[in-house]
Ligand binder design. Structure first.
Ligand code: SF4
Ligand code: SF4
Length: 240
């Protein structure tokens, strides 16, 4: 398994030659795989290998993540056999949102097991189908980029060290997918940060803070035309 979250990890070239198949997993950021993941995927040579995709998300918009990621992978010479989306606690709960607390739950994990079984059959050839047609998007890359700015607008204070708790362990800098976090000064570089909050979630001293986003929670629900109850009723899903 390769964790390509850290910026340095995506600089190492991966030769897929020795592998029978590949599984790509990523969170969904503003309707797509994160920008850092999309850019990394565009550097790969799939060598015609079978692959599966899965995405984690905090309950909001999924489309066109499956469609657009498949496009990238097929352009890089992978054959996509399956995809899935799994619900989990929303990253912005770290700032006061209340999306998908307690997820994934037992039902989400059952869906994950089912996805693994179905994908394995396609990898081994027991089931020789590939991923069926996915809903297309009318959104241009530019329109999707504009949607992505919502993420940055809500995050008005990027991860910043507050208080004296920091042990200078450097974990935040090492995990940062874009090289934005500067552990020694305790601040994220605004030009590079994609708001993934991996640094905040992984700080062992809980020393990194962002702005309080709780005021935007009701607006987000309204924007998505949903409620907390509606979100909770969502289920993880497989695409075959
Ligand atoms: S992860 Fe936390 S404790 Fe470690 S260097 Fe970063 S801010 Fe400091
Ligand atoms: S939120 Fe933190 S880990 Fe994520 S890109 Fe910004 S500085 Fe890096």
């Amino acid at each position: 398994m390769s964790d390509i979250t850290p910026y340095a990890a995506r600089k190492e070239r991966i030769d897929f030659g020795p592998y029978q198949a590949v599984v790509f997993g990523a969170p969904i950021h503003s309707w797509r795989a994160p920008r850092a993941v999309r850019e990394w995927m565009r550097t790969l040579d799939g060598q015609g290998k079978k692959c599966a995709m899965f995405f984690t998300f905090g309950g909001f918009q999924v489309h066109p993540t499956h469609y657009s990621t498949r496009q990238i992978l097929e352009e890089q010479n992978f054959s996509v056999v399956s995809s899935a989306e799994f619900l989990g606690v929303h990253t912005f709960n770290l700032g006061g949102w209340k999306a998908m607390k307690g997820r994934p739950d037992a039902l989400d994990l059952e869906v994950a097991e089912e996805f693994a079984r179905a994908t394995y059959k396609r990898f081994t050839g027991e089931d020789d189908a590939v991923l069926g047609e996915l809903e297309k998007t009318d959104h241009t890359e530019e329109a999707l980029d504009a949607i992505e700015t919502f993420r940055f607008n809500v995050l008005t204070q990027l991860p910043t060290r507050q208080g004296e708790a920091c042990s200078l362990c450097m974990a935040c800098e090492e995990i940062c997918p874009t090289g934005a976090m500067q552990a020694e000064i305790g601040e994220a570089d605004k030009g590079k940060c994609i708001g993934c909050l991996a640094c905040v979630a992984n700080c062992p001293e809980n020393a990194l803070k962002i702005n309080d986003m709780s005021d935007s929670w009701a607006f987000k629900l309204e924007l998505e035309n949903t409620t907390e109850k509606g979100l909770k009723e969502k289920r993880s899903k497989i695409y075959l």
